[in-house]
Ligand binder design. Structure first.
Ligand SMILES: [Zn+2]
Length: 327
C-alpha cells in the first residue's frame, strides 16, 4: 500500500510516467496504471472495470441471478430515447442514451454494428435511419459484437424484415441458441465470424477481430470512416464488463484480447474508439456535439488515446484477476 501511495504521489507530480515504468504486479499498481491511461477520455471505462469489490466478487451477480428468467421491465422512453445523428460523412449513430448502434453507409447499402434491446431497435434503428434520410431496407450486414440482449435483440427483426445477413462469433451463436428465447426472437444462425474476416460492402470494409473475454464470442472491429472527406480509422471495442464466470483463465483470455485489440488498432492507425455503451465511449454526448468549422471530431482521441483505452481494459483485468486470489 505504501508503495502504491508513493507511486500515486510521484505520478501526480508528473515525476514519472507509468507507461514507461514497470507496473508493480499488485492490485494497486494495475489500478494506478489504468487510471493513468484512462485520463478524462475513458473515466467511464475505468470506473466500471477498475472500481470492483476487493474480494474479487462480481457486484452484479446477485441482481442477475434474481432476475434470471423474469421478463425484463421496459424502461420509460424518456430515459433512453436519443435522436439519431450523423457523426462522420458515412457513419451514423442510431443508438440510445445508453446503448450504441452504428450505421456505416457504403456504396452498396448499410453495415449495421449492434442492434440493442428489442424495445429500442424499431424506434432507434428503423426510425432513426428514416429520420436521417437512409433506407433501413438497404441494411445488408448486421454485425453483433456479442450475444447479450443489449446488443443482439434487434437482429432477428432486421434478418426477417430486410433479409440482412447477421454475423456473430461461434460461441455466442451457440449461447443464444441454447438460451432459446429472447425479446425480439432468436435470429437464425447465419454467418460465423472468423478472425481477420473482412466484411466488404461496396466501397467499405469492416475487419473483424475475435476478442473473447466479456463473452467467449465477443467481436471487435476495425474500419475506415470519412470525416469531411479525410479518411480516419475506428477501432470498435466489442465487450468490456467482467460480468462473466470469474476465473484466472477467463481474465487471461480477456487480457490477451485487450492486447490483441490494442495491437491491431495501432497497426490500423486508429485514432477513434467506438464501443457499444455510451459509458465506455460517450457516444451519445459526443454525437450531440456541434462542431465549429475546422474543429476535429469529438470522437477522435488520437492513436495514443486508442492505445490508452486498450491499456485500461488490460490493467483493470489484471487488477481483477489478482483480487480473485484474495477471496
Ligand atoms: Zn455484454
Amino acid at each position: 500500500m505504501r508503495f502504491a501511495a508513493a507511486l500515486l504521489m510521484a505520478a501526480s507530480f508528473g515525476v514519472m510516467s507509468v507507461a514507461m515504468a514497470q507496473v508493480p504486479d499488485t492490485v494497486e499498481g494495475h489500478v494506478l496504471a489504468a487510471q493513468q491511461a484512462a485520463g478524462l477520455n475513458f473515466a467511464g471505462t475505468l470506473s466500471v472495470l477498475c472500481i470492483q469489490p476487493e474480494d474479487g466478487s462480481d457486484p452484479g451477480a446477485a441482481t442477475r441471478a434474481a432476475n434470471a428468467g423474469k421478463p425484463r421491465a421496459i424502461p420509460a422512453r424518456e430515459t433512453w430515447y436519443a435522436e439519431p445523428a450523423k457523426v462522420f460523412d458515412n457513419v451514423y449513430f442510431v443508438g440510445t442514451k445508453i446503448h450504441n448502434a452504428w450505421a456505416i453507409k457504403t456504396s452498396e447499402g448499410i453495415i449495421l454494428l449492434d442492434t440493442m434491446y428489442n424495445y429500442a431497435a424499431e424506434t432507434e434503428i428503423i426510425g432513426g435511419l428514416k429520420k436521417l434520410g437512409l433506407d433501413p431496407a438497404t441494411i445488408k450486414y448486421v454485425i453483433v459484437s456479442h450475444g447479450h440482449g443489449d446488443h443482439d435483440e434487434g437482429a432477428k427483426m432486421l434478418q426477417d424484415r430486410y433479409g440482412a445477413r447477421v454475423i456473430m462469433g461461434a460461441p455466442d451463436w451457440d449461447m443464444i441458441a441454447k438460451a432459446g428465447n429472447m425479446a425480439g426472437g432468436v435470429p437464425k444462425r447465419d454467418i460465423v465470424a472468423t478472425d481477420g474476416q473482412k466484411v466488404t460492402l461496396g466501397d467499405t470494409t469492416v475487419t473483424i477481430l475475435l476478442t473473447p473475454g466479456h463473452t467467449l464470442g465477443t467481436l471487435s472491429f476495425l474500419f475506415p470512416v470519412k470525416d469531411n472527406g479525410k479518411t480516419l480509422h475506428v477501432a470498435y471495442s466489442g465487450g468490456m464488463g467482467f460480468n462473466f464466470d470469474r476465473s484466472p483463465q477467463r481474465f487471461d483470455t480477456y487480457i490477451a484480447s485487450a492486447k490483441k485489440f490494442g495491437d491491431a488498432a495501432k497497426a490500423s492507425g486508429a485514432s477513434i474508439i467506438f464501443s457499444n455503451h455510451s459509458m465506455y465511449d460517450q457516444a451519445w454526448i459526443r454525437s450531440r456535439w456541434q462542431r465549429k468549422p475546422g474543429e476535429a471530431s469529438p470522437f477522435v482521441v488520437g492513436t495514443d488515446g486508442v492505445a490508452r483505452y486498450a491499456t485500461v481494459l488490460s490493467e483493470c483485468a489484471k487488477a481483477a484477476k489478482l483480487r480473485l486470489k484474495k477471496s
